[in-house]
Design a protein around this ligand. Structure first.
Ligand SMILES: [Zn+2]
Length: 91
């Protein structure tokens, strides 16, 4: 099975490859911390993560996917992970 976010093989029984799985786990951990510190919802948190310039590319891809906005992969399937495209000042 393939990682839902890239062309790598997914970890057995998981949706992601080791890299994206690691990023996913960090996001979950970070969310626990954030929730303790402030009143923030899951979606809001994912937006913060995906828009934070300090977020790594792996985590950003995971966050975008969880938001349902990850669509960088072409339907034919790119052999490479999506290139980072930072949106800045789009408001
Ligand atoms: Zn992956």
């Amino acid at each position: 099975m393939r990682c839902k976010l890239c062309w790598r093989d997914a970890v057995e029984g998981e949706d992601y490859c080791t890299y994206h799985l690691e990023a996913y786990r960090r996001i979950l951990e970070a969310y626990e911390d954030w929730r303790r510190a402030m009143d923030i919802g899951w979606e809001e948190f994912l937006r913060e993560v995906s828009e934070n310039p300090a977020t790594g590319e792996w985590a950003r891809e995971v966050a975008l996917r969880l938001l349902g906005e990850f669509r960088s992969l072409s339907p034919s399937g790119s052999p490479f992970p999506p290139s980072p495209r930072r949106r800045r000042g789009t408001s």
